[in-house]
Design a protein. Sequence first.
Length: 547
Amino acid sequence: MPQHAFGNSDFGLLDQNGKFHQLSRYRDSSAVVVLPFSFHDPASFQIAEDFSTVLDQFTDQNVQVWLLNASDEPDFIRAQERSPAGLPVLIDSSQTVAKTLAVTVLGEMIVLDPGSANVMYRGLNSIQELTPVLTELLAARAARRPSRLQEPAGTMSGTELSYRFLDQFAGRQISYQTEIVPLLQARCAFCHVENGLAPWAMNRHLMVLGWSPMMRETVITRRMPPGQIDNSVGDWVNTHELSDYEMALLIEWIDQRGPRDGETDPLAETRPDVADWPLGQPDLIVDVPEQAIPATGNVDFLVKRTNIEIPQDKWISAVSYKVGDKSVLHSLLVYAVDKSLQTDDADELIAQINADYISVYVPGETDDIFAQNSGYLLGADKDLVFKLRYLTSGRETVDRTQIGFYFHDAEPAMQLSTLAMEKPDFTIPANTTEHIETLTSEPVANDVWLESYSPHAHSRGKSMSLTVTYPDGSEEQLINVANFNYNWQLAYRTAELKKIPAGSVFRAETVYDNSASNPFNPAPESDAAQGYQFDSEMFSHFIRLAK
Ligand code: HEC
């Protein structure tokens, strides 16, 4: 029987189609039934298939059914032509959700309340038993009375789920010194520093211990580390997923209640200061107009223009950010506009016809080094425009951020340009959980190479993806930002430049959640229109291409 110290919890997992499901985002559903199963276990597979006979009735009752697969290889699951009863198969390859739900055998159905993440009932392994149980559970909840059901005592029959990570840990105490600290340093602590944007610093054992229940929740819902994508699509670097092993290890340590070993605390050792400009002295330093940030409240997106003077056109090889106050600056997009552009209007300054996207800063990503031998042409006739997002930190401050530009000495072999796939006008109806907008590009005129991709939306953005249709008609998904969070507008970079032949067409898709189930949504009762401000929405996919 697996141990789980913190009871039931919200969680988030990808399914076989790359769609992200977070339990609490289904709080509008009356219940979520989770069935642990394996493609290789005939008994649980059969129960899953049996759902096809009752699924309509469940849909009418607004009940979700999820198959939980903590047994088979993710690649194998995703390669299946179809899933039993066409249901979503949640891929729990770290087995941490199975552990949290205390799954022991395959085929044991668990009924969850998506609002509270509580287990409403467990101990069923046939659809015939499930139907009356659900009816009673839902009737009891509607009448605000306790249910008359008793959970079956004793153990369930079924194939035991083999916990490969827990077996590996074999009941031993996880080492804070040699296992947990290195993991935190690699994955978390570079953001969780003193005076950083994260609300707490991972600077000693006691601190981590105190925050550990929250750490558990943020990693199992995939909120932390930020910027995670669907790793099985494309070959991208600077993404932020924990490996299955790291996930299982961290959660096991937390469930052991964060034991400590060793005399010293490696997290408490002070780290050397990083240089102001880790890439060396920039060729051009540009001041972002300084911003006074209040102590509390919500600061809207800001759009600012700055005049720059360069004697002649330059090829940018890298951009580096020296952030003034790391506790407030949450993201910064950099664009170039013509000096001759006569406008102070924020929407116009960043409109696709006027602005050329260059780069983005988010916490933890201070250096944007373009692919080798490639450069972005910054004309002498350009000004810069910034789109800034600030958080408040509890104290008044003034942010004075600088941007360092590095130039090539001569024209590089490959020129970078940004294909901005943006929609200037669209509306998302109020109270809609899944509103899909797509945009298709013109066929690319010449062969190009995909260098990086940066998705941008506001608080209703739920997932963003990019697909290419090749001249022969075949399709390939290039990237799947399955759990988009507007606070983390990262630029994802291809591990190697990826060739997109002439005649190919890009299709960008953004899925929006304009319902109350979206915890970031400022106004679920209103339609959302396009605009730069926080309560508006944007559809922007920035595709940096080399040619
Ligand atoms: C790229 C920077 C970054 C990394 C890496 C990162 N965090 Fe965070 N973390 C933040 C920021 C910023 C916040 C503040 C909330 C937000 O913006 O989502 C935060 C918030 C948190 C919170 C508090 C959540 C709350 O609701 O108060 C916890 C717990 C946490 N992080 C744990 C972790 C763990 C564990 C890791 C590593 C596995 C990690 N973080 C990695 C930046 C980061």
